[in-house]
Design a binder for this molecule. Structure first.
Ligand SMILES: [Zn+2]
Ligand SMILES: [Zn+2]
Length: 199
C-alpha cells in the first residue's frame, strides 16, 4: 500500500490537521524559524499529522528564492520540525511578505494498492478520474527520488532518519521546489526532522 496525500477542500487556517497553508500548530514557546542565509522569517508550507502523538511542520525560505540554499537539508534555508501533540496552539505569525501560502487546503490520506509512489499516483488518477495535480504527495513508504538517494542522518543521534513525507509543489504550484519534489525525514526518538528538495 502507498499512502497518498490528496487535496480535500478548504481547511480552517488554525486547525490541527494535515493541511497546506494557514498557521502552524506549534508549542506555546515556539519561535518562528528564520533562514540561516537571509535571516528572514521562513514560509510555512504544510503540516502533516504523522500519528496520534506527532505532527510534522515544514518551512521553506522564500525571501530570495533560489539564493538561500533552501533545497539543502543542512544549510538552514528550510526546516522540518517535529512537534508532540497535546498542547499545540496556533503559532503567532511574524511580519513578512513570505510567511504563509495564499490558500489553506485540507489534505486527506488515501491508501492505494500500488508498489511505490509513481505507480500509486497513476492508479489513483485512473481510478478516480482526478488529475495527478490533486495529489500533494505521500506519507511513509519509500521516497521516489528525482536524483540520488539523499537520506539524511539525525543531527542528534546520527542514525539514518525515517522517511516521513514526499511533497509536490501543490496543485497551484504555490510551494516552490524548483519544479521538483520535497522530502521530509524524522527521528522520532530525538524529535528531529530534516527537509530537502530535488529537481
Ligand atoms: Zn532566506
Ligand atoms: Zn536521533
Amino acid at each position: 500500500m502507498t499512502d497518498l496525500l490528496i487535496y480535500n477542500g478548504p481547511a480552517v487556517a488554525e486547525a490541527e490537521v494535515t493541511r497546506t497553508g494557514g498557521v502552524p500548530s506549534a508549542p506555546a514557546d515556539f519561535g518562528w524559524p528564520r533562514c540561516a542565509a537571509c535571516e528572514g522569517p521562513m514560509k510555512f508550507v504544510a503540516q502533516v499529522v504523522l500519528d496520534a502523538s506527532t505532527i510534522l511542520s515544514i518551512f521553506l525560505c522564500q525571501n530570495d528564492p533560489g539564493l538561500c540554499d533552501e533545497w539543502d537539508p543542512l544549510s538552514g534555508g528550510n526546516r522540518a520540525l517535529l512537534f508532540r501533540r497535546g498542547d499545540l496552539v496556533p503559532a503567532p505569525v511574524p511580519d513578512g511578505d513570505e510567511t504563509q501560502l495564499g490558500e489553506v487546503c485540507g489534505i486527506e490520506v488515501k491508501a492505494v494498492d500500488a508498489d511505490g509512489y509513481d505507480e500509486a499516483r497513476g492508479k489513483w488518477s485512473a481510478e478516480t478520474g482526478c488529475p495527478e495535480a490533486e495529489i500533494l504527495g505521500m506519507v511513509g513508504g519509500a521516497p521516489a527520488w528525482l536524483q540520488d538517494d539523499e537520506t539524511p542522518v539525525c543531527p542528534v543521534c546520527t542514525t539514518v532518519m525515517e522517511f516521513a513525507v514526499q511533497l509536490e509543489e501543490g496543485r497551484d504550484q504555490s510551494i516552490n521546489f524548483g519544479s521538483g519534489c520535497g522530502y521530509a525525514f524524522v527521528c522520532r526518538a530525538c524529535e528531529r526532522g530534516r527537509f530537502l528538495f530535488q529537481c
